[in-house]
Design a protein around this ligand. Sequence first.
Ligand SMILES: Cc1ncc(COP(=O)(O)O)c(C=O)c1O
Length: 389
Amino acid sequence: MRYNFDEIIERRGTASVKHDALNDIFGCDDVIPMWVADMDFAVPPCVCETLRRRVEHSIYGYTFLSPRWKPAIINWVKRRYSWSVSEEEIGFVGGIVPALAFAIECFTKPGDGVLIQPPVYHPYDHVTRDHGRMVVTNPLKLVNGTYSIDFEDFERKAKECKMFLLCHPHNPGGRVWSREELLRMAEICNANNVLIISDEIHCDMLLKGYSHTPFATVSDSAAQNSITLMAASKTFNIAGLKSSYHIIPNPELRHRYCEYLRINELDFAPLFSTEAVAAAYEEGEEWLTQMLEYVEKNIDYVQEFIKENMPKLSMIRPQASYLIFIDARGLGLSHDELIDFFVKRAKVGMNDGAMFGEGGEGFMRMNIGCPLSVVEKAMRQIKVAYDKL
Ligand SMILES: Cc1ncc(COP(=O)(O)O)c(C=O)c1O
């Protein structure tokens, strides 16, 4: 079966953050929404069918995790990443950002250092600060259009920290960290008693030529000193179901984290969520393959378009996922002028790179998880504004 990713589905009026919060975020509602990270594609039919069946039952009382959920996760990570995990190592948590916050509360104290690698997914910074912990940064280096890690700085900074929030694959940098890089980070963290929280939410969406290595698989000590956070939410466009999971091989860490969740009653999954995840993992793989092929073509299109038409822009080609970090520093605009250029003149609503911290200034993050016709329209609008600069 071929899935139709060209279809335009009206999302306005569905309380969609991406489509219905435009006025609040951009001060107008006539921008093309290419910001918050969900996609404008219909989810795999197997997910809709599973949800429909459950909705039709007509009673939505207290529920356990779906019995299909853990086996589906075990098979998924085994098949895709050759990672063998047991049922007891897996637990439910209602969202990756909440899971990060819980880990910070559970394993660090106020004032402790938490290491992050900006420009990086912005909640890493504010969740850390909002919990009274200290953000310590190991800024990524941008070399020839690819982000890499400054390991000397990483080692120095790790000594000041109790926890490291690893974004793997990296958002917005688009990097898929290699086994060697992961191993080196693991060794430094282990030597300095820094617990690693590996956020692998984008790991199922690797693009051509890349493969994902779960952090915990690089060495036994990496497995014993980490918490891996995964989800089907980005992969299958079900972020609204608030469903994700942790994998914790170390029994002591697992006990502490699970006890934290249990005493706060945070380990109950909402009805629908684990059924949907199980269905997606069991039957959605072909949809995912086709979705990634489509996304790759959108990325090719943006890259070609920029190259041919807007030499003052360039893009960091993502190795995973549907977010493109566009380097707009060549326009020579101030931060406010840059926002004005994209929002008011081009009428394209993207995330401003500065929100991702050090090194993000002058960049814009474009979400191309939408029909190609929308991407084409956005690029045309940007070119018209560019030509008038
Ligand atoms: C790296 C990363 N982690 C976490 C999230 C959000 O996860 P959740 O919606 O499960 O809190 C996102 C969403 O964009 C993300 O890019």
